[in-house]
Each structure stands twice: as C-alpha cells, then as structure tokens.
Ligand binder design. Structure first.
Ligand SMILES: NC(=O)c1ccc[n+]([C@@H]2O[C@H](COP(=O)([O-])OP(=O)(O)OC[C@H]3O[C@@H](n4cnc5c(N)ncnc54)[C@H](O)[C@@H]3O)[C@@H](O)[C@H]2O)c1
Length: 447
C-alpha cells in the first residue's frame, strides 16, 4: 500500500453535513501536507467535496477557509516548513493566506456522482440510511471497479453488510469520527471480517498522522459509542415512563435529565443529549440496532410520538439547537415538551417541584465543568459517589440505579465482544462523550 498514492483523488460524500464538513477539513489538511512533503509541483491532488446540497457546499467552503486559516495560525512553524525561497520573505499573515489558498484549491465541490470517476479513496458521511449509503457506494464502485478504498462514518450499520450489499469485497472500513471531527480526538475503527489488510494499515497511518486516538470496535450494530448511548437513552425513557405514572410528563423528563447531568456529573443530561444528536437520528440508529440485535427490543414509541408531533431536535444551519424534548433559547433550556398539551412548559415552574422530589442530596456535588479539570478528580468523585450511595432519597437512589445500569451496559458490550476491553468502553465514553469517568468503575457496584 502506498499511503500517498491513495490520497491522490479523494472524495468526501455528504461534505456539506455536520460530519462530512469536518472530515473534508481534516482530509484537505492531510492532502496539503502530502503535497508539500512530496515537493513535486506537478503532483495533482484533488479532493471532491460531494453533496446534493449546492447551497450547503458553498457554506462549507467558507467554513473550510476559516478553519484552515485558524489551523495555519496555530501551526505557523509547521506551515513555514512547507515553503521555501521567496515565499519565506512574506509576512506571517501573507504566508498563512498562501497556505489557505493552497489547501482550499485542492477542493472541488461537486453535486453529481459522475464526477467521481478515478477516485482512489472515498470518505462516506451521508445520512444514516442504509439504502442511501449502499446506493452511493455501489454507484462509485461501478465507475471505478475493484480499486477504491472506502471509509464510512456510519454510527450503527455493520460494515460487513455495507460491504456485501455494495459489492466492495472488503475494501471498506468503519471510521467513526466523533462530532466535531476536527476537534474530537477519538475515532472508533470497525473492521469487518473481510476488510483488506492494506486498508487497515492505511486507516492506521491516517489516524497517526492526524494525531487521533483509535479505539477498535467489533462489527456489531451500534458499535461501542451508540451501543452504550442508545441503551442508556432507553433506560432514561423507561424511568420517565415510570415516573410519569404519578408525575406530569414534563416534570419526569426534567427530573431524569437532571439526575443524569447533575447527580451523575455528566456534561449534559440524557434528554438534552438526545436533542443534541437529534431525536430523528436516535430513532434511525435504534431501528438499525433493533433489526439486527434479536435478543433485545431497541425501540421507543415515545420518540416516535415526539417526532410525529414535530419535536425533532438536531441543529439549525447556524449551529443553534432545535427544540426537541426541551425548548432552547440562547443555548439555554427554557421549556420542557408536554406531548399532551403539545406545548413547552416553562422550566421555571418545574425546578422547585423537581428538587422537592429529589429529596436529600450529598453535602458536596461536583460540577462536571470544574471536576474534569481538577487534579484531585478521582478522589473527589470517589468520595462523592460513596456519599451518594449512602443517601437515602429518591434522587440519589435513581442516580445510583442509573449509574449501575450504565455500568451493566458497558460490561455487556465487553462480554458480547463489541468492545475488546473495559478500557476501550471507558475511553469512548470519556473521549467521545466527555464523561468525567468511565462507566466501568467502582462507584456503582451492585448492592
Ligand atoms: N452527527 C453526529 O454527531 C455523528 C457522529 C458520528 C457519526 N455520525 C454519522 O455520520 C453520518 C453523517 O451524519 P451527519 O450528522 O453529518 O448528517 P447530516 O445530515 O448533517 O449530513 C448528511 C449530508 O449528506 C448529504 N446527502 C444526503 N443525500 C445525499 C446524496 N444522495 N449524495 C450526497 N450527499 C447527500 C446531505 O445533504 C447532508 O449534507 C451518518 O452516518 C451519521 O450516523 C454522525
């Protein structure tokens, strides 16, 4: 395998999307690095940014320009190393602008697959829809039979299935970046039983050159990240359904969300996270997992109902959060959806009631934002969870049950061989979901 040759003609599918735009940025920077290192003015590298949304592609080019400029400013010494002769007489600003121009001119926005003849490598990041992914992969394969290497960013679809359905004969690997790809260090890498060894080596080298952390996962629907997140969400939904037998639905949602953020010291509560990912996306992933994991029911009529009523979550094109379980104003949660009245109930009216229901809390509750930077994090978390386990109040009991369930999910991912080790599951939750501690820990041992 020749790493550089594989980067001669590359395409990113879904380049205008949340993940595709980040993958495009990382790929453009890597291809520019290769071009500079090869020191060959005639080398012709092309990066096709492919998406059906022309408007989206225009926006992406602006995003890429801005991000490459930032990257050039941050890595000025490295950028200086790329240039020689007269170029080095330029001011730092001029040199960075030249770098921005050199990187962006590698990119060619396209809206039709026919443009992707003669590509060497494809990064696929279109919507989580197996039919769409297979159709696009098979079509590209048809234009370039037997030679393209494919990376797919799928969150849940087994790689072996995509491989067989699109007829790729092992030339595909799961390369699951986390959002946003340019910032997040983690890549979950999924090989199917047929993935060819050259592609495995290529993926490994790309990860190392990007300075990312690789966690391998086995080819089972949902992999590690969504394997945990989806089941953790289902547990949260179950708690809401139980609580709403005696409390209002919005109060139950508000309570469970706070149990997961505040009591479990996570960066956000489970329903805020579902909104962030998108209720529609979570549902799609559940469908993929439910169809393939026969011994479990992985579905939620509640999510289906919310979508029917138009509460979908996800982000607006400007990056702001769309309403879902919660209403967001200026990035803050201001209301909770009530599917009976089909309106948002102000949070202000729920807060006091929720705290009353939680009952006693430990004397010290670490805040996620502070604890992740605290050098005494482990000791403080340990003391906190000991006190939480000894607190006899509805809030503390539910939090402990939640933590125990999260641990069981994580352990099952290891025993089912989705993950290779406890450490890998913990790394995914810590690096991919920014948890302050891994789910496999000594805080939530069985009673
Ligand atoms: N969003 C996340 O947090 C996240 C994290 C990891 C993995 N993923 C996975 O990455 C993939 C993309 O997710 P996303 O969140 O970026 O989605 P997105 O909806 O933001 O982007 C999808 C892009 O695909 C484009 N597209 C749709 N049909 C197309 C076609 N026929 N040809 C070319 N482009 C087409 C859309 O125009 C859009 O720009 C999915 O498989 C998803 O499961 C998402």
């Amino acid at each position: 395998m020749d790493y550089e040759n594989q980067f001669k003609k590359v395409a990113v599918l879904g380049a205008a999307g949340k993940m595709g735009s980040g993958i495009l940025l990382l790929t453009a920077i890597e291809m520019a690095k290769i071009k500079f290192q090869q020191d060959d003015p005639d080398i012709d590298l092309i990066l096709y940014a492919m998406d059906v949304s022309e408007e989206g592609l225009q926006g992406v080019m602006k995003y890429i320009e801005k991000q490459v400029r930032k990257s050039g400013e941050r890595n000025l010494e490295q950028v200086k190393g790329y240039y020689t002769g007269d170029d080095l007489n330029m001011s730092d600003e001029e040199l960075v602008e030249k770098y921005v121009s050199d990187v962006t001119k590698l990119i060619k926005p396209v809206t039709h697959l026919e443009s992707l003849r003669n590509v060497d490598t494809v990064f696929e990041a279109v919507s989580e829809n197996i039919g769409l992914k297979v159709k696009l992969l098979a079509e590209i394969e048809n234009y370039n039979p037997g030679r393209v290497w494919y990376f797919t960013n799928t969150s849940s679809i087994p790689i072996g299935e995509l491989d067989k359905a699109a007829g790729l004969y092992g030339r595909i690997i799961g390369f699951h970046f986390y959002n946003p790809p340019a910032i997040q260090k983690l890549v979950e890498v999924i090989e199917s039983e047929d993935t060819v060894s050259g592609l495995k080596d290529f993926a490994q080298q790309f990860i190392e050159r990007m300075g990312k952390i690789k966690v391998p996962a086995n080819d089972i629907a949902g992999f590690i990240g969504n394997g945990h997140f989806i089941r953790d969400s289902l547990f949260g939904i179950k708690q809401v359904e139980k609580l709403s037998e005696e409390l209002s639905f919005p109060l139950a949602v508000y309570m469970v969300n706070n149990i997961t953020s505040m009591f479990l010291v996570r960066p956000m509560g489970i329903f805020q996270l579902i909104d962030y990912v998108g209720i529609d996306v979570v549902s799609l992933i559940m469908n993929v997992m439910n169809d393939r994991i026969k011994e479990e029911t992985i579905s939620s009529p509640l999510l289906d109902k919310l979508m029917e009523l138009g509460a979908k979550g996800g982000q607006n094109p400007d990056g702001s959060q769309k309403n879902g379980f919660f209403r967001y104003e200026g990035g803050k949660i201001t209301g909770v959806y009530d599917h009976e009245s089909r309106s948002y109930i102000p949070v202000a009216g729920l807060k006091e009631k929720a705290y009353e229901k939680f009952g006693l809390t430990p004397s010290y509750m670490p805040k996620w934002k502070e604890i992740i930077k605290d050098p005494e994090k482990d000791k403080k978390l340990e003391d906190y969870f000991v006190e939480l386990s000894e607190t006899d109040s509805p809030g503390a009991i539910l939090a402990m049950e939640y933590g125990r369930n999260s641990k069981e999910i994580a352990e099952k991912l290891v025993s089912d061989k989705v993950a290779l080790s406890d450490k890998d599951v913990n790394t995914i939750l810590k690096r991919g979901f920014f948890h302050a501690y891994g789910p496999i820990n000594n805080y939530f041992n069985k009673l």
